[in-house]
Ligand binder design. Structure first.
Ligand code: ADP
Ligand code: MG
Length: 343
């Protein structure tokens, strides 16, 4: 069970006692982290509190500051300002410490580096050299088993697929049972099926170990296979936090809205948008347009429709796969589906 705390808040002159079992105690805390370079901030005033065993995904486009954030969170890059705490302990930055990094916090990134000349098994046991042989062997066998690497224990890294190598890198990071695992787009070399399988396996293992996880990615879909607690990062700043339903239904900006799907601007209604899935194709009324492109996708057809009045091109989902190139279509939508986005 998650650790919780009793919360006493002074609200005006009232004292409220928080629910004993609803507030996870902050365990890992990133406080006002900022990294500034000469002419820009890579990360600006980023704060996030996680309970023990909590999973959070940080999503942002390339260049939004994800890797910079995680390197500071791991104590591998000196922040310009702000602090990182694990429990009561302040995590020292590389400027404050002789050897950068901490055993309790492990970072895994895209370009994992395994020792090329030693076996899978030796790669995983390398971080455990200080431990006794009995424990070391037990731990390595457990990780090989849990990550489905048993059959490859004798192989060299180059004799493995990209996905298998990434698993070995993950097993290596988990060997010392870190309290926190930071994942920097570690699945980008894998195909969609491998990725999903690895995320499921890893999630189970991390839950079992009680590991606290921050997973950064530019791909919302990947994030959602891991967790529904989302933080959106744009130009180094948090722009919105919440679960997928809240962010999808109430995005605060076009940037957040577009993480879920493309959006179509409604003619003559500045700042008002519709998602392709929220537009209905009818046989009369509504906005008139012509299908100028049609693509067969896995779950529906995607249409490009040129609107007759405004000349705008909309993306529209056709789940019934009814409409063809050149068809005249009549587009309808419900008012409550309109997204009002100022920025
Ligand atoms: P992401 O991982 O989201 O792609 P990064 O954290 O790598 O983003 O980079 C965030 C921003 O900081 C980018 O604009 C990048 O060019 C800049 N940046 C990263 N490292 C440095 C550096 N050492 N010097 C100057 N700018 C940097
Ligand atoms: Mg990056």
């Amino acid at each position: 069970m998650e650790k919780t705390k009793t919360l006493t808040i002074l609200e005006g002159n009232k004292i409220c006692i928080g629910d004993l079992f609803s507030l996870p105690m902050t365990y890992y805390s990133l406080r006002n982290l900022t990294k500034s370079y000469e002419d820009h901030h890579a990360v600006q005033d980023f704060s996030l509190d996680l309970g023990k065993g909590e999973f959070v995904a940080v999503i942002g486009e390339s260049g939004s500051g994800k890797s910079t954030l995680l390197r500071m969170a791991a104590g591998l890059l000196a922040q310009t300002s702000g602090e990182v705490y694990l429990g009561d302990k302040k995590i020292a930055s590389p400027e404050e410490k002789l050897v950068a990094g901490h055993d309790e916090i492990k970072l895994i990134h895209q370009d994992y580096q395994l020792f090329a000349t030693i076996s899978v098994e030796e790669n995983i046991s390398r971080p455990l050299l200080r431990y006794d042989a009995g424990y070391r062997n037990k731990r390595v066998s457990h990780l090989l088993d849990r990550l489905g690497l048993e059959a490859y224990r004798e192989r060299l890294p180059r004799q493995l697929s990209g996905g298998q190598q990434q698993k070995v890198a993950i097993a290596q990071a988990l060997a010392v049972e870190p309290e926190v695992l930071l994942l920097d787009e570690p699945f980008s070399h894998l195909d969609a099926i491998q990725k999903r399988k690895l995320i499921f396996e890893l999630k189970d293992l991390l839950k079992e170990m009680g590991t606290t996880v921050i997973f950064v990615t530019h791909d919302l879909d990947d994030a959602l296979w891991m967790t529904d607690s989302l933080v959106v990062l744009q130009k180094g700043k948090i722009t919105q936090k919440g679960n997928s339903k809240a962010l999808c239904e109430f995005p605060k900006s076009k940037y957040v809205a577009r993480l879920f799907s493309s959006i179509n601007l409604i003619p003559d209604l500045p700042g008002c948008y519709l998602r392709p899935a929220d537009i209905r194709l009818r046989s009369r009324g509504g906005l008139v347009g012509h299908v100028i492109d049609q693509r067969f996708l896995v779950h529906y057809n995607s249409l490009q429709v040129r609107l007759r009045e405004s000349g705008q091109v909309w993306e529209v989902d056709d789940p019934a796969r009814k409409h063809k190139l050149g068809d005249r279509v009549y587009l309808h939508y419900d008012e409550e589906k309109v997204l009002v986005l100022k920025s």
